[in-house]
Ligand binder design. Structure first.
Ligand code: M6R
Length: 593
């Protein structure tokens, strides 16, 4: 949800900023802009609606500057347009911002009374004007920024420059911001992968910190100017982890990375439930958004079976309205790839207020959630760049399945835990084999003109159906729904006709007969049917469906079964000429509620 990049050093800033934006474009891509503090003491600002490549074409790279800030936007306040793009300026000040200023209308009215005129519909412009209102009266830039951050309510990561002053000031409240320290200068970004090309030494700003970066030093304070010490961390990841490496898109690359990432996740989490020793819970909540929520639901039955504790899966954005039974005897498990999703962070705060023990399952070390959870466990998917989550989902399901088996281990059943570990590792081999021979693009071509798709399943296949549907609609823009197969006849079957496609999923043998019934019912109404199974059931479905996909699934088939669904979404988007990596209206990390 918006990417910030900044640079202060000895090199030409403009190409570095554009490259930094390209790396973070997955965070938001409806407009982009840069502001340079030029060697001739002028401020050079270019901003454009559209992708970073459009901005790149508009930038004059002969402008000399070694200090600048840049932004790629996911619109919250104000439509995507040149005017609403960042940086926002006022007098000598330029600002880029990620987050939402909740009291912007109040501040805007006050600034208007002081004579300020606004050129955009954004909340961000008030930050520029607020800083300018102090700075233009002779206050130092750092003091003007401190003044402003104390007036702002909501969430923000900002980077600020002023004409003729060779420094960048960054501040953070909730939204992420990281500063990289390299011989070639200081680099500012919203995520770590964008920095790895330059340095692995970073300071991750905490909420309430302000970093003043000058040519020769960086000084950290709190919002009141009290000095703090930077904590430089060494990051292990490689910059090549976020490259396309010969694949035509990140989504496809990330699907092909599923076996390796699940393998890493399983092997590095074998002591997963040590923290459960000496703890007693009477209710487990599993909380997340979108795909992360679906991952929780996919593993819910394993957790309930092996822990013998009641499990409730809840959407993060709904959890705070449903905390009635959450208390100090509850374990609340928060699943989030990015660790930055605002709804999930807010749900965690609500669970903490109820006294629950809060466990985060995230893919990003040092992400915001790791600072507020009681304990964090890490999926090892590596950077996930495509907006549609694929390998992260598989790692989440694997980790949750292991976590479920950990309850058995905590109760003395080591055998089950070991079996689950080896089964999950075997699963990765099966997925590799499937990926080598998959030909889902043929199905995508066959069904590309379908007007609506219904993904159906029962029991643990129902959340899988919902995940298949989410992936499909997210990147193909074809209307789709995930349904409990048994529910169709209670209403939705009214939508079945020759324009509908039903993808029926079955990974459990005791569900086969029921899915056969559902398939017959929709086919009788003219719908096309694709059956996806991890069982040897081709013969049962051959004559009653249009296509059958069989994936070898083993004992925990949920991970293997999702792969063809992800590929189906991917190839359909590709055939329709859509950008699967950056679907419209979306952003990778949703840092607003
Ligand atoms: O970073 P998170 O896992 O917290 O993100 C949650 C959802 O926004 C995310 O899974 C979203 O639904 C995906 N784009 C779906 O592919």
């Amino acid at each position: 949800m918006c990417g910030i990049f900044g640079y202060l050093g000895k090199s030409d800033a403009a190409p570095i900023l554009i490259k930094g934006l390209k790396k973070q474009e997955y965070r938001g891509y409806d407009s982009a802009g840069i502001a340079l503090n030029c060697d001739d003491n002028s401020l050079y600002v270019v901003k454009k609606a559209g992708r970073v490549s459009q901005l790149e074409r508009a930038v004059d790279f002969s402008v000399k500057s070694c200090c600048g800030i840049a932004h790629t936007r996911w619109a919250t306040h104000g439509k995507p347009s040149d005017e609403n793009s960042h940086p926002h300026t006022s007098g000598d000040i330029a600002v880029v911002h990620n987050g939402i200023i909740e009291n912007y209308q109040y501040l805007k009215d006050k600034l208007k009374n002081k004579g300020y005129k606004f050129n955009s519909d954004t909340d961000t412009e008030v930050i520029a004007k607020l800083i300018d209102s102090k700075y233009s009266s002779g206050t130092e830039l750092i003091d003007a920024v401190l003044y402003a951050v104390n007036k702002l309510e909501g969430s923000f990561a900002i980077a600020v420059i002023a004409r003729g002053v060779n420094e960048i000031i960054c501040a953070r409240k909730n939204s992420p911001l990281i500063v990289g320290f390299a011989k070639s200068g200081y680099y500012i970004a919203s995520d770590i992968p964008a920095l790895l090309e330059y340095t692995k030494k970073v300071h991750i700003l905490k909420s309430g910190e302000v970093l003043q970066i000058k040519e020769d030093r960086a000084e950290l304070t709190d919002f009141y100017g009290n000095k703090l010490k930077t904590e430089i961390k060494n990051i292990e990841a490689e910059s090549s982890d976020s490259e396309l490496s010969g694949f035509e898109s990140y989504m496809l690359k990330e699907i092909y990375e599923i076996p390796a990432s699940v393998n890493r996740t399983v092997t590095s989490n074998k002591d997963i439930t040590d923290f459960l020793k000496n703890k007693k819970f009477n209710h487990i909540y599993i909380i997340g958004c979108g795909t992360a929520y679906n991952a929780g639901r996919a593993a819910e039955s394993y957790i309930e079976n092996w822990s013998k504790i009641k499990v409730t899966s809840t959407l993060a954005s709904e959890f705070r309205y449903d905390t009635r039974l959450c208390d100090k005897n509850s374990l609340a498990v928060f699943i989030t790839q990015s660790g930055e999703t605002a709804d999930t962070l807010e749900a965690l705060k609500a669970a903490k207020e109820c006294g629950a023990y809060c466990l985060a399952i995230t893919n990003v070390e040092n992400s915001s959630i790791t600072h507020i959870a009681d304990k964090s466990l890490f999926t090892k998917a590596g950077p996930e760049i495509a907006v549609a989550s694929t390998k992260a989902y598989c790692c989440q399901v694997a980790l949750l399945t292991l976590f479920a088996a950990g309850f058995a281990k905590a109760g003395g059943n080591n055998e089950l835990f070991d079996e689950v570990c080896s089964e999950l590792l075997l699963e990765t081999n099966r997925i590799s084999e499937y990926l080598e021979k998959q030909n889902v693009s043929i199905l995508a071509e066959k069904y590309k003109d379908t007007k609506s798709v219904f993904f159906i399943g029962r029991g643990r296949d129902y959340p899988l159906a919902e995940e298949g549907s989410l992936k499909f609609k997210e990147i193909t823009y074809i209307s789709s729904e995930g349904y409990a197969a048994g529910e169709l006849k209670h209403g939705t079957i009214a939508l079945m006709d020759k324009n509908a496609l039903v993808v029926a999923i079955v990974t459990k043998s005791d569900m086969v007969d029921k899915i056969v019934n559902a398939v017959c019912e929709v086919r009788a109404r003219g719908a096309k049917v694709v059956v996806l199974s991890t069982l040897e059931v081709e013969a049962r479905f051959k004559d009653i469906s249009d296509d059958v996909i069989i994936v070898n699934g083993g004992k925990f088939p949920t991970i293997a079964a999702v792969v063809p669904l992800q590929l189906f979404a991917y190839y359909t988007a590709k055939i329709k000429g859509l950008d699967a990596d950056k679907p419209r209206n979306l952003a990778k990390s949703v840092t607003v509620e």
